[in-house]
Design a protein around this ligand. Structure first.
Ligand SMILES: CC(C)(COP(=O)(O)OP(=O)(O)OC[C@H]1O[C@@H](n2cnc3c(N)ncnc32)[C@H](O)[C@@H]1OP(=O)(O)O)[C@@H](O)C(=O)NCCC(=O)NCCS
Length: 179
């Protein structure tokens, strides 16, 4: 059974191949230290026993209001806004096309809802690789202006945004009751 859980230090990452060499290299070489030593972000993995079949790296981030789509901007204050950044999402080639990418994405959207309830979050920003833009657009992400701390990968990824409201509508979670 495939479970989605946070990366553990003893997980073996060396055999992971998504077909995107850049993502694979960062996952293999840096995901561990970024999470356990530097606390830059957390990688969640789709694990089938010892096999890592997918990964999604998230980090708290912020956007300037001018970087958001017009329709979202109108209701928000003009200071930096908290978002959850999906820095990388990938599925091992052996498991692609079986719904795992979508499962990981939904997991990340749930994390954003939790972040919104616990300490504030206006949505999810993803640095979409050119070949994955359609994947994210399918779930409602829209292209936005450059976001602070964006990737230096080439070809340049497109920052895309999905609002908390859209996530709630998509996942069907009512706002948490006041405590
Ligand atoms: C993009 C990626 C994460 C998708 O994972 P996956 O497990 O193969 O995707 P799923 O099986 O969950 O697909 C869900 C839906 O998205 C579609 N889809 C998958 N990859 C897509 C892509 N690159 N572009 C457009 N649509 C895509 C599927 O056809 C499926 O649609 P359906 O439900 O209508 O059949 C995976 O192909 C991957 O790791 N690619 C290489 C790394 C990469 O480009 N990552 C994104 C960078 S941010």
């Amino acid at each position: 059974m495939i479970e989605i859980r946070a990366l553990r230090a003893k997980d073996t990452r060396t055999s992971f191949r998504s077909g995107d060499a850049d993502i694979d290299r960062v996952f293999q070489q840096f995901a561990g230290q970024n999470q356990f030593r530097h606390h830059l972000g957390v990688t969640y993995v789709a694990a089938d026993g010892r096999d890592i079949l997918g990964c999604a790296t998230v980090a708290a981030a912020q956007v300037e209001i001018d970087e958001l789509p017009l329709v979202v901007r109108r209701k928000l204050a003009r200071y930096p806004l908290p978002v959850l950044r999906l820095a990388r999402l990938a599925v091992d080639q052996s498991a692609q096309g079986q719904g795992l990418g979508l499962r990981l994405l939904r997991f990340v959207l749930q994390l954003a809802l939790q972040m919104a309830d616990d300490y504030g979050c206006v949505g999810v920003v993803v640095d979409a690789k050119p070949n994955a833009e359609v994947f994210y657009a399918k779930y409602g992400f829209v292209a936005v202006e450059a976001v602070e701390g964006r990737s230096d990968a080439r070809p340049a990824p497109t920052p895309m945004f999905l609002s908390i409201r859209a996530i709630r509508d998509a996942i069907g979670n009512p706002p948490r009751k006041k405590r």
